[in-house]
Design a protein around this ligand. Structure first.
Ligand code: CFM
Length: 545
């Protein structure tokens, strides 16, 4: 199938039409608003995209649930908090080490990530209530491990039967005295996707954990790295670079993190936001409560890494740091350049499609651009309009019933600890020199005119898109992997990295160049023939025949 010629003559409007052709009229109308032809010109903004709305029932979405976003994404990578899933065993089991967030066990060796803690709800708990069982599970975890923190996650049935998990946690916290126990109302159905889970998780971490440790950690040029989850060791590579530059990373939210790091986050002087979608709330709250400004960074791509480091240097404005950052970039780049020079003749002009979560479909375009590859189509599973169109649309965002379902917490300046790290004059001076605080331009801005941006892409549209545009590589997740490979197109998982990584930072870029080079230049998928392609009519016999 991959041998079929690319249909280059198709216009983006034709492609959109093809994607919608088989839908009933009502479904087609809704999907049409989520499929956007990027027509941005300097003067006019591209058309609005419909995002963060419910998936139409019956459509096989790529999305996950709210519990996944809370327990798996935000809290999952923290090693020394015991995470208990209150619910049937499946929710705990399927979120057990399935996201490749790596960790170091830390100097104390306290690492609960290999464990799967669940209350294993049964029919009787659904009928008579599961609060007693939850209290017993918390008690058992405390007695076995004596952790600094225990977190409890609600699954769908917990919300339906009305167990008061917050009251149970409060009681247990008071009982223990030396263990921070708190809960998340992150029932899977709570929002339209895992994005709701990020919000719920961040609110609770901010309320119950950030600011608990008063003693400032040592180090110069203190930052927090927000929205980096150490998938495939990305965070290790970024930390290696920070260390080399002399930048102290107080707390990563939440890759390779520990309880104490979250609890000390208020001591940083700058927040660097990687994944805007999952964490921009925390950046805003840290600014309002403690006076820490935030900037957007991206450590995916060697050029973007260098740019982000320079941005950090410029913020602190200290010659020692600025010079050191330049030295580090000069030391790291030759290896990157050598790898790039080697692969470029083979990758230049190839094409990619990226449909991932809420930030990677954008960040990875930098890496592909470094390889001379063009992104034909991209989109997010669960991003909001600001991740596509830029933060300037935030005031226009509609609050619907689904977003109202998620608690908004009121944050105020801390009467004692609020300390603006930069005066309004200093901020103004930096901004006049072109520096951007609280700024994210979104995915659309980077994509070429005529490319197609699609929100909440589904199984059917993914296959159709590949059939029509035949990219050289398709990037998404495990649910998409095999159906795409069966069309003869190589598929790269950008959630779990297919057991690979890191891809962040300088060393990560080199890894990525080599892997993508191998994928887009291998013919193996184009030799594939599904059984029904060889003999369309399958016959079978019963064993006793
Ligand atoms: Fe942020 Fe993520 Fe992503 Fe995300 Fe995710 Fe992930 Fe992702 Mo999978 S926090 S939005 S909920 S960058 S798990 S580390 S890869 S969908 S694009």
């Amino acid at each position: 199938m991959a041998k079929t010629k690319k249909v280059v003559q198709l216009m983006p409007t034709d492609i959109k039409e093809e994607l919608l052709a088989k839908y009933p009229p009502k479904v087609a109308r809704k999907r049409a608003k989520q499929i956007m032809i990027n027509e941005a010109t300097e003067a006019e903004a591209p058309p609005e995209i419909l995002a963060n709305v419910r998936t139409i029932p019956g459509i096989i979405t790529m999305r996950g649930c709210t519990y996944a976003g809370c327990k798996g994404v935000i809290m999952g990578p923290t090693r020394d908090i015991v995470n208990i899933t209150h619910g049937p065993i499946g929710c705990g089991f399927y979120s057990w080490l399935t996201r490749r967030n790596q960790t170091e066990a830390g100097p104390d060796g306290e690492n609960y990530m290999p464990y799967c803690f669940s209350t294993d709800m049964q029919d009787s708990d659904i009928i008579f209530g599961g609060e007693k069982k939850l209290a017993a599970a918390i008690e058992e975890a405390y007695e076995l491990f004596h952790p600094k923190g225990i977190c409890v996650f609600a699954t769908c049935p917990v919300g339906l039967i009305g167990d008061d998990i917050h009251a149970v946690c409060k009681k247990m916290k008071a009982k223990f005295g030396d263990c921070n126990v708190f809960a998340f109302s992150c029932e899977g159905y709570k929002g339209v996707s895992q994005s709701a889970g990020h919000h719920i998780a961040n609110n609770q971490v901010f309320t119950h954990l950030v600011g608990e440790i008063e003693t400032p950690p040592e180090g110069e040029y203190k930052i927090n790295l927000l929205g980096e989850y150490n998938i495939g060791g990305d965070g290790f590579e970024i930390d290696r670079i920070f260390k080399k530059c002399g930048i102290s990373n107080i707390s990563t939210f939440s890759g390779n993190s520990s309880y104490d790091q979250f609890a000390s986050a208020q001591h940083a002087d700058l927040n660097c936001v990687m994944c805007h979608r999952s964490i921009n709330y925390v950046a805003d709250m840290l600014e309002t409560k403690y006076g820490i400004p935030w900037i957007k960074v991206n450590f995916i791509g060697a050029e973007s890494t260098a740019k982000s480091l320079r941005k950090i240097g410029e913020y602190f404005g200290d010659k020692k740091l600025i010079d050191r950052i330049e030295e580090v970039i000069a030391e790291e780049m030759p290896e990157v350049e050598a790898a790039r020079a080697e692969i470029l003749p083979r990758t230049e002009g190839k094409t990619a499609m990226l449909f991932v979560g809420g930030s990677r479909a954008h960040h990875y375009q930098d890496l592909f651009a470094e390889m001379g590859m063009k992104t034909l189509s991209a989109g997010y599973e669960f991003a909001h309009r600001d991740d596509y169109e830029g933060r300037h649309v935030i005031p226009e965002l509609k609050v619907d019933a689904d977003s109202r379902n998620i608690e908004e917490i009121e944050v105020e300046a801390d009467p004692e600890r609020y300390n603006p790290r930069k005066s309004p004059q200093e901020i103004k001076k930096l901004e006049e020199a072109g520096y951007k605080f609280k700024h994210y331009e979104g995915l659309n801005d980077q994509m070429d005119k005529g490319t197609i941006v699609i929100d909440d892409l589904n199984q059917y549209e993914a296959e159709k898109l590949v059939e029509l545009l035949k990219p050289d590589v398709f990037c998404a997740g495990i649910k998409e992997k095999y159906s795409i490979q069966k069309t003869g197109v190589p598929m790269k998982q950008l959630h779990s990295y297919d057991s690979g990584g890191p891809y962040a930072g300088f060393k990560g870029a080199v890894n990525f160049y080599h892997e993508i080079d191998r994928l887009v230049n291998s013919k193996v998928w184009s030799y594939m023939k599904a059984p029904w392609q060889e003999s369309p009519e399958l016959t079978g016999t019963f064993v006793w025949e």
